[in-house]
Design a protein around this ligand. Structure first.
Ligand code: HEC
Length: 155
């Protein structure tokens, strides 16, 4: 697969990686040609036995809940094309127990575009609720000092 790295995506992708999404590629796919209905059908068939995704009505817990996986990044304003690129890449380079290339070609694009379109839009997870900052220890809500510190001597 040809992976394109566009500089304008660099910051967002770094943040996605920091948000805990295992990110092995740096491309995004053009999902404007994707068939979301086909993607949904294929997702239920090929992915639903392991992944929960509210829009698809799947509830399996072998793999991560994909609403939870993408929610924080969606809330932070990342683009759907980036989610599609990550999902497409996962399909190709999946780690066991997730089999690789369960769907290929246009089917894979359709699944990736479908996941990107719906994941993380569901209600907040009941399994792992978002942090309640009011009840967090004081340290966790302390204002971050953004002033760069002086480099250590010798660097
Ligand atoms: C046999 C079970 C299984 C199937 C089928 C499966 N997955 Fe997975 N998937 C997993 C597991 C387990 C992980 C976590 C792997 C890891 O963290 O190393 C995962 C991870 C992922 C991730 C990354 C989630 C994250 O939190 O970063 C995505 C995206 C994903 N799968 C999409 C899919 C799609 C799309 C399909 C269908 C084409 C699919 N999976 C089919 C088990 C499965």
């Amino acid at each position: 697969m040809r992976v394109r790295c566009r500089p304008r995506h660099a910051a967002g992708l770094a943040a996605l990686a920091a948000a805990g999404l295992a990110l092995a590629g740096c491309g995004s796919i053009d999902s404007s040609e994707a068939d979301l209905q086909a993607g949904k059908r294929l997702f239920i068939q090929s992915c639903g036995s392991c992944h929960a995704l509210q829009d698809a009505g799947t509830t399996a817990t072998i793999g991560p809940d994909l609403d939870d996986a993408f929610r924080a990044s969606r809330d932070a304003g990342f683009e759907e094309t980036q989610f599609a690129g990550i999902t497409r890449r996962w399909i190709e380079i999946a780690q066991a127990p997730m089999p690789r290339n369960l769907v290929v070609g246009q089917d894979a694009d359709d699944v990736a575009a479908y996941v990107a379109a719906v994941a993380g839009r569901s209600q907040r997870s009941a399994v792992r609720p978002p942090p309640n900052l009011d009840q967090a220890p004081r340290d966790a809500t302390a204002t971050i000092d953004a002033t760069p510190s002086e480099p250590d001597e010798g660097e």
